[in-house]
Design a binder for this molecule. Structure first.
Ligand code: G1P
Ligand code: ZN
Length: 544
């Protein structure tokens, strides 16, 4: 094996966004593009030299090539050992689990999450630190700074290794262990949940579920855990075969993209429980019979019932939710007498709170829920948590949710996304909102009076770091809220996200259509931000 030092030049666009560096596959296929970013990780993370790196991805197009490149670079950069998922596969939460379990120095995860894959789709790479979580901003910024000055990278000239062959391989001085991507994760789930109770539920003959893996990474995880270990009937997992282009679909578990699953919970002989996960396995959608659980409600319900589940039997110490997530969890935290933190969008902001044991559960409205068991959101974990509750409470999903609303009130919630809009126009819209912040408080819109309006800034209570400009919040005196922010994960133009929330304490008003309840807020959002006029869009592209 020879180590080559390859001359390169910096690319200007390698600043990681909400969740790592995400670009079109074709961008990653440019000579030196991936290599520059990987070398910048190695250059800024000295602990990896002689240490252990975890490596895997969601199996999308370009995953295998990228894995081989990274292995050859790891060998050339003196990484002691690499734990790579067989076939190059590791779901994001499984990667986090493996990083923590084997006390490694970090991991590289190849994924563009829920973005479409294939030659014309998206690809992504992110670095997770030794705690198993997405690198915090100071780390991603250091990597980015390195990408701006890089002039060479190191790579070996050999072929790489057979990543389909489990076991120990060597690449120069580096040991490469090809590991079962499911085993460690499944063992962790068994520690947290009452597998016997769930097994009985599946065997009762009274309960049927479907899990939609959307031809993405959770297929093998779900088949192993749900069907093989927990005894769910064969066929419980649909679209379980991972494909490089996700079968041409959009692996995002929401009502729009997972409609095949949604249909199975409706109509003739619907299933009792439906769930789906995304491209890399960190998101989840929860459905009951003809019933959709919003991710914000799901977080609140898991928090309120956590003591019923073995892994959380001693209670939870705190909750965190991203700022645009509904305030349903805050009400549970109040009742439990624990703290509820409001963080900027993105999982990386939960890491410090989890490490400092200030919180046990956390979640985002964007179909992300998780706990201190790993440092990523975790799709199958949320599904197993729900299954555990269903097994114990012996009630339909809808009953559990309605009971929750009766006790805590209902936070009607929706998100409107305007995708692929003109970037300059979207930035201008946010800028104009910033200018109007001062004059909004006290103004009345459709009978609602603005209580506060600000551009959300977060001071991390653990390390004191400040993250400013995290989204415009407009709060009304009746507890309703509108939030505006631009997506940090898109690869084309800009995406404006508008989050709408209204609180209803009266149980006789808990069965209204969310779209109807929130319609006035949609109108107010357009009025204060001038969405139609500035973006030239009559309505949102995706409503979740
Ligand atoms: C989106 C979600 C955010 C999530 C991220 C990664 O980011 O809104 O909650 O953490 O994907 O899954 P955005 O595109 O809004 O920046
Ligand atoms: Zn994801």
């Amino acid at each position: 094996m020879n180590i080559e030092q390859i001359q390169t030049h910096p690319f200007p666009d390698q600043r990681p966004g909400t969740s790592g560096l995400r670009k079109k596959v074709r961008v990653f296929q440019q000579d030196h593009y991936l290599e520059n970013f990987v070398q910048s990780i190695f250059d800024t993370q000295p602990d990896l030299r002689g240490g252990t790196l975890v490596l895997g991805g969601d199996g999308r197009y370009h995953n295998r090539e990228a894995i081989q490149t990274i292995l050859r670079m790891a060998a050339a950069n003196g990484i002691g050992r690499v734990l790579v998922g067989q076939g190059g596969i590791l779901s994001t939460p499984a990667a986090s689990c493996v990083i923590r379990k084997y006390r490694t120095q970090g991991g590289i995860i190849l994924s563009a999450s829920h973005n479409p894959g294939g030659p014309d789709g998206d690809f992504g790479i992110k670095f997770n630190t030794a705690n198993g979580g997405p690198a915090p901003e100071k780390v991603t910024e250091a990597i980015y700074r390195r990408t701006r000055e890089i002039d060479s990278y190191r790579i070996t000239d050999d072929e790489g290794i057979d990543i389909d062959q489990a076991g120990t391989h060597t690449l120069g001085e580096t040991t490469v262990e090809v590991i079962d991507p499911v085993r460690d994760y499944a063992a962790l789930m068994r520690e947290l949940f009452d597998f016997d109770a769930i097994h009985q539920l599946f065997n009762s003959g009274l309960f049927r579920m479907r899990f939609d893996a959307m031809h993405a990474v959770t297929g093998p995880y779900a088949v192993e855990i749900l069907e093989r270990i927990l005894g769910a009937e064969p066929g419980t997992v649909i679209n379980g075969e991972p494909k490089e282009d996700f079968g041409g679909g959009h692996p995002d578990p929401n009502l729009v993209h997972a409609h095949e699953l949604v249909d199975l919970t409706h109509g003739f002989d619907p299933v009792d429980f439906g769930a789906a996960s995304d491209g890399d396995g960190d998101r989840n959608m929860i459905l009951g019979k003809e019933f959709f659980v919003t991710p914000s409600d799901s977080l609140a319900i898991l928090a309120a019932n956590a003591h019923r589940v073995p892994g959380y039997r001693n209670g939870i110490v705190g909750i965190a939710r991203s700022m645009p997530t509904s305030q349903a969890a805050d009400r549970v935290a109040d009742a439990l007498g624990i703290d509820c933190y409001e963080t900027p969008t993105g999982w990386k902001f939960f890491g410090n709170l989890l490490d400092a044991r200030r919180i046990t559960l956390c979640g985002e409205e964007s179909f992300g829920t998780g706990s201190d068991h790993v440092r990523e959101k975790d799709g199958l974990w949320a599904v197993l948590f729900w299954l555990n509750l269903l097994a114990i409470l012996q009630q339909p999903v809808a009953t559990i949710v309605r009971d929750h609303w009766r006790r805590y009130g209902r936070n009607y919630y929706t998100r409107h996304d305007y995708e692929g809009v003109d970037k300059a126009a979207a930035e201008e819209l946010i800028q104009q909102l910033r200018f109007s912040l001062q004059e909004l408080p006290g103004q009345e819109f459709e009978g609602r009076i603005v209580d506060y309006a600000d551009d959300f800034a977060y001071t991390d209570p653990v390390d004191g770091s400040v993250s400013a400009n995290q989204g415009i919040r407009i709060g009304f005196r009746d507890g309703s809220r509108i939030v505006f922010r631009l997506s940090g994960t898109g690869t084309e133009g800009a995406t404006l996200r508008v989050y709408l929330e209204a609180f209803e304490a009266d149980p006789s008003r808990h069965d209204l259509e969310p779209a109807e309840v929130l319609a006035p807020l949609v109108r107010i959002a357009d009025r204060v931000a001038g969405i139609r006029h500035r973006l030239g869009r009559e309505r949102a592209d995706v409503i979740t």
